[in-house]
Design a protein around this ligand. Structure first.
Ligand code: 9MR
Length: 574
């Protein structure tokens, strides 16, 4: 694998839905239209036409043609698209093609749980494994964890549980927090403007199923409980702040199952960003568990308010950008957005006037966070706006309308970009490069398109959001489905210490539903740097387990996929 061109006819390998656009991208040097034929599983031509040449596409470095077979609506499996001499992977046409992706993408979080055995009953025999990081040898565990040398906090903390971030065994507050937030927001959006019935109890294969609480809340609580443990205890310096992260003192190699990790675990210093992240998520949790579990709701709200006050008292404790040994740095030099998000969540939950003043006085108020790049762990203002656009508060109706308008205006920009692209994917950086986790940003921009549809019911936004699924599931220049287990040619070798089949055949590949980080122009690992030098942005990808800067998985990308997949399942018919 390297930079040689992928097979030229690129489709959503899972399939297309009746009543929605059905489009493929084709690499073909011809400057004039090329004939195409859609064949059914028996090989019979059922539709045909001419492609539209779109010229040289900078994202792929190829001459790309568009094929549009939207008019063909017959439900079936095993369709193929032939363009000139080339044929696509087979795909379906059905309103059900994306139905189960919402559950597979949520299952990812159970697999990532720390501090508990992953049981065959829920995860399947090949993905089952013992509990990790419970101070059982060779683990040094997540109980009694001291601070990093130099931080010297003077105490140890018990911080078991939560989700492992990614292919590594770190647990980081800033991106773990946004991931929990996004699962909770997936549920809250369904409650407010969608259909929460598919997200009830008994829908996921997790130990808590059947407890009367929606499984998505149970899964998110696994992380929220961990986040609360990361808060500095009363009576200590910086009480109420949250430690930025906990991870191994040194990087481990691959493969490495969590229970076999022999590294010492260390807490990093408390940071303002982590503290506000905790404040935001705990405030949101307080709202969602208010009736389900009043005691937990009260505990979460108290932690959120304490965190917010601590962050106000310590507004510039930035995480050390050089603290990247044994775990990711996740440093963030700007916390205006985290302050805004936390104030928004606390205001939505409490209606408090102080939170309202902080929120409305922020330069980010009313949607200024939305942009062409999108949002992620370092850029969280949009999360506050999404909450304010969904949850009724005492804010003036005109202000809420302005937030919703910022979402639809941003969505319009995404649609305009997609219309001009060879392989449409909403995401623009200033220099046209793709960055680490581009698929996560693209999925979150799909969330923006989906919300624009929720707020306006204009068909173009629904079509755009499904177009994001097309890109992630195979209509891209590398011809991969970036979601494991989904499509004819899905990623198999994502960077993960357990799903390391490429290195040890006795280990599994990723379970279905894990989203690879995707193309990254900066090629920040030796494998991709060696194989992909000079790649056009959307081709900076290789399905290699050691290519961590292009092919890792992480909770915050999967939360974006899960949100969008749930929305797509709900909007598969309208
Ligand atoms: O997702 C993170 C991305 O935004 C950063 O550019 C990158 C480099 O700092 O780190 C990514 O996060 C990784 C983290 O540092 C360690 N665990 C795996 C994460 C996903 O690759």
């Amino acid at each position: 694998p390297g930079l040689e061109p992928a097979a030229p006819v690129r489709v959503n390998q899972t399939g297309y839905l009746p009543g929605l656009p059905k489009r493929a991208s084709v690499a073909n040097e011809s400057t004039t239209p090329v004939p195409w034929t859609l064949k059914n599983a028996a090989g019979t031509a059922v539709a045909s036409g001419q492609s539209t040449p779109k010229g040289l596409d900078p994202n792929s470095g190829e001459h790309v043609h568009l094929v549009d077979f939207s008019a063909y609506e017959t439900v079936g499996t095993g369709y193929t698209l032939t363009v000139g001499a080339d044929t696509s992977h087979p795909f379906d046409i059905s309103p059900d093609v994306l139905k189960d992706l919402r559950y597979d993408s949520l299952a990812f979080f159970y697999h990532q749980r720390s501090g508990t055995p992953i049981e065959a009953e829920y995860a399947g025999a090949e993905h089952a494994r013992p509990a990790g990081h419970l101070n059982v040898a060779p683990n040094q565990g997540d109980h009694d964890v001291p601070c990093l040398a130099g931080v010297d906090c003077g105490y140890t903390l018990d911080v078991p549980g939560g989700w492992y971030d990614a292919g590594d065994h770190g647990k980081y507050v800033v991106n773990g927090g946004i991931s929990a937030w996004q699962l909770l927001n997936e549920y809250e959006r369904a409650l407010r403007v969608g259909d929460a019935s598919a997200l009830g109890d008994g829908k996921l294969a997790i130990p808590e199923r059947g407890n009367g609480v929606p499984d998505i809340l149970d899964e998110a609580k696994w992380e929220v409980d961990f986040l609360l443990k990361m808060q500095v205890p009363d009576g200590r310096p910086l009480a109420g702040m949250a430690h930025h992260k906990i991870h191994d003192a040194q990087w481990t190699g691959l493969p490495m199952l969590p229970h076999l990790d022999p590294q010492v675990r260390r807490l990093s210093a408390p940071s303002t960003a982590a503290t506000l992240n905790l404040a935001a998520v705990a405030a949101q949790a307080a709202r969602l568990w208010k009736e389900i579990d009043p005691a937990f709701s009260a505990q979460a709200l108290a932690a959120a308010e304490k965190a917010y006050q601590a962050a106000r008292a310590n507004p510039a404790k930035l995480a050390d950008p050089n603290d990247g040994t044994g775990g990711g740095a996740y440093s963030d030099g700007t916390v205006t957005d985290e302050f805004y998000w936390a104030a928004a969540e606390l205001f939505a939950t409490t209606g408090g006037s102080g939170y309202r003043a902080d929120l409305t006085g922020s330069p980010l108020y009313k949607g200024a966070s939305f942009n062409a790049r999108g949002f992620d762990w370092g850029s969280t203002g949009a999360l506050g706006d999404i909450t304010l656009a969904l949850v009724p508060t005492a804010l003036p109706a005109a202000d809420v309308a302005a937030i919703r308008q910022a979402i639809t205006t941003t969505a319009d920009g995404h649609l305009a970009q997609m219309a001009a692209q060879g392989h449409p994917a909403p995401y623009r950086t200033q220099d046209g490069s793709y960055e680490w986790g581009s698929n996560g940003l693209i999925a979150n921009n799909g969330v923006v398109l989906a919300l624009a549809y929720d707020f306006t019911k204009q068909a173009k936004y629904r079509e755009g959001a499904f177009g994001v699924m097309d890109y992630l599931l195979g209509r891209n220049p590398v011809n991969y489905s970036y979601v494991s287990g989904w499509g004819e040619q899905p990623v198999r070798n994502v960077h993960h210490r357990h799903w390391a089949n490429q290195l040890d055949p006795s280990l599994p590949i990723a379970p279905a539903g894990a989203l690879s980080g995707g193309p990254n122009s900066a090629l920040q690992d030796p494998i991709s740097a060696g194989l992909l030098k000079g790649c056009p942005a959307q081709r900076c990808f290789v399905d290699h387990i050691e290519a961590y800067s292009v092919n890792e998985v992480t909770v915050n990308w999967n939360s974006a996929l899960a949100w969008l997949a749930n929305w797509a399942a709900e909007k598969s018919t309208v």
